[in-house]
Design a protein around this ligand. Structure first.
Ligand code: ZN
Length: 83
């Protein structure tokens, strides 16, 4: 039987397991995210660490424009009109 493998969705690190090994042992410390995409459709993503999971999440989350954030900062400082 061929070896199975898991690939980290973020850094492409690969871990192989033979048919005698259980994935739960090989994947100790890994994280799997399931995304429900519709009726009977589930996408699974594997990550080797929280760092890789966060990198992926950061890339997926829509970014708040920098300008918008800066406007908030300025208001907190007391609305310095010179800036
Ligand atoms: Zn990784």
């Amino acid at each position: 039987m061929p070896k199975g493998h898991f690939i980290c969705h973020s850094c492409s690190k690969m871990v192989e397991f033979s048919p005698e090994e259980r994935p739960c042992e090989v994947l100790s410390g890994w994280l799997t995210v399931a995304q429900w995409k519709g009726l009977g459709v589930v996408e699974h993503y594997n990550f080797c660490s929280f760092t890789c999971l966060k990198k992926w999440v950061d890339a997926e989350v829509p970014q708040v424009p920098e300008v918008f954030l800066r406007a908030f900062e300025e208001r907190k400082r007391g609305g310095n009109a010179n800036l």
